[in-house]
Design a protein around this ligand. Structure first.
Ligand code: HEM
Length: 81
């Protein structure tokens, strides 16, 4: 199994814009979703989570509670917390 690098919350927080890259966390995983922002079906709302956790937003937008959404997210994994 591929072992991912460990990132701090502090490091993730630095990636909250298209210029420096958009990173998010989900259940201990770190994801670089920069390339997904432009194709997100929910538009630029996705940037609200930039540099932080997806959980509070996905709790509000239950449309993400589907297997295929997690499959998309998995493609962007770059590390772990
Ligand atoms: C819809 C993925 C983050 C707001 C969707 C859909 C996908 C998706 C695949 C379409 C679902 C479907 O209809 O089957 C993702 C991924 C995210 C992410 C991979 C993170 C990496 C967010 C965040 C927000 C958000 C942080 C809000 C702050 C929405 C909304 C829709 C949506 C409002 C519904 C769009 C519509 O149908 O009109 N997202 N999303 N998403 N997303 Fe996200």
């Amino acid at each position: 199994a591929h072992k991912f690098p460990i990132y701090s919350q502090e490091e993730v927080k630095k990636h909250r814009g298209l210029a420096e890259g958009v990173w998010v966390t989900y259940k201990g995983g770190v994801y670089d979703i920069t390339d997904f922002v432009a194709v997100h079906p929910g538009g630029s709302k996705i940037l609200l989570a930039a540099g932080g956790a997806l959980e509070p937003f996905w709790a509000m937008y239950a449309v993400h509670n589907q297997e295929h959404v997690l499959e998309i997210l998995a493609e962007y994994k770059v590390g772990e917390l």
